[in-house]
Write a protein that binds this ligand. Structure first.
Ligand SMILES: [Zn+2]
Length: 350
């Protein structure tokens, strides 16, 4: 059988389904690809665009995309006029209606060099309702030879009317075995770690929690050191959250959080992972993702208390989502600190 999208790890069933549709000429005109950051949405979108325009498309038996023809190479290099990617402008929190209108006009121009014009909209959940409605018009009557691919970490924020006109593909998280195999085959740093510090490689794979992009970023040495020191900061914060803990201790631990957005997002994810561990460890023997010691995890969880853990989880998850949306980083940390601060004179539960 023909091999489809071999650059994308895992997701065998999805790859076969979309690949076969391309082969049979029954390609949907719009997709919504959902999955966590690092789950391969962008990679799959590129692979679809490449397969549609690959010069080896008609050759039975060759992989699709072939990866070596002129079109494939130019798409991978980002030099192909008929594949366009729309991202949120850096200085905005949303994708407004204007860029969508421009995209729509472009869709009605004829293709300049290919059979298919592919439009990828990254973080599609950030489109304003007005922008989504503008897109809806083109989804209702798409021009021939146009494929629209929406990428989203939060598919539930996309209007139902849009969702009813696109094919939804949920990317699965990668298994630890798949990730280990992939990293060892692709990354010199992964091979070095597996020889010199196998524990660290395993810690990276575990904290990436099924997101390959995350694992690759953590492979970068500086980041993996940051991850180590990040773990310490997170533990300090959790200890400060114990019943009877003081605001001053929490404030001091929170001020060790990184001030760079990308690193702060990572640190907040570590806190979320740690809280999930503590909630789960109470009820199950499932594998822990943050804690290396189950005993420490259970003890700390007891000392904070489940109800409070749930509240803290909500507050951190909310901060994590703001952090990805360009909120001011130092305000975000102080607001979060105020929200999760220990209650000194806790009312007794009635
Ligand atoms: Zn090709």
């Amino acid at each position: 059988m023909r091999e489809y999208f071999k650059r994308l790890l895992g997701n065998a069933e999805t790859k076969t389904r979309i690949g076969t549709a391309i082969d049979n000429g029954r390609m949907p005109h719009a997709f919504l690809l959902t999955g966590a950051d690092g789950s391969g949405k962008r990679m799959l979108a590129t692979e679809i665009a490449t397969a549609l325009n690959c010069e080896g498309r008609g050759e039975v038996g060759s992989p699709l995309p072939c990866g070596v023809c002129n079109s494939c190479r130019r798409i991978y290099e980002g030099n192909f006029t008929d594949v366009k990617i729309l991202e949120k402008p850096k200085d905005r929190a949303t994708i407004g209606v204007e860029p969508i209108k421009l995209l729509r006009e472009d869709m009605f121009l004829s293709a300049s060099e290919s059979d298919y014009k592919v439009y990828v909209i990254d973080n599609a959940e950030l489109m304003t309702p007005e922008a989504q409605n503008a897109l809806l018009k083109v989804l209702e009557e798409p021009p021939l030879g146009v494929v629209i691919i929406l990428l989203s970490t939060e598919g539930d924020k996309i209007l139902t009317t849009i969702k009813s006109r696109v094919q939804h593909v949920a990317l699965s998280r990668f298994g630890e075995g798949e990730m280990r195999e992939y990293l060892l085959s692709k990354s010199e740093e992964a091979r070095r770690l597996s020889r010199e510090a196998p524990d660290k490689l395993e810690a990276i794979i575990m904290s990436a929690d099924g997101r390959l992009g995350q694992a690759e970023a953590l492979m970068n040495k500086k980041l993996s050191d940051a991850c180590e020191s990040g773990r310490e900061t997170v533990l300090e914060i959790l200890r400060a959250l114990r019943r009877g803990g003081s605001y001053a201790t929490l404030y001091s631990a929170m001020s060790d959080l990184p001030q760079k957005r990308a690193e702060l997002v990572g640190a907040l994810e570590l806190i979320i992972t740690a809280i999930r561990d503590m909630i789960l460890a109470k009820h199950s023997e499932g594998r822990l993702l943050f804690f290396t010691s189950r005993e420490e995890c259970q003890r700390l969880g007891e000392e904070i208390g489940v109800r409070r853990l749930m509240d803290i989880y909500d507050a951190v998850a909310e901060a994590h989502s703001y952090c990805q949306r360009n909120a001011n980083v130092s305000n975000l940390i102080s607001n979060l600190t105020a929200k999760i601060k220990p209650v000194q004179n806790a009312r007794k539960d009635i």
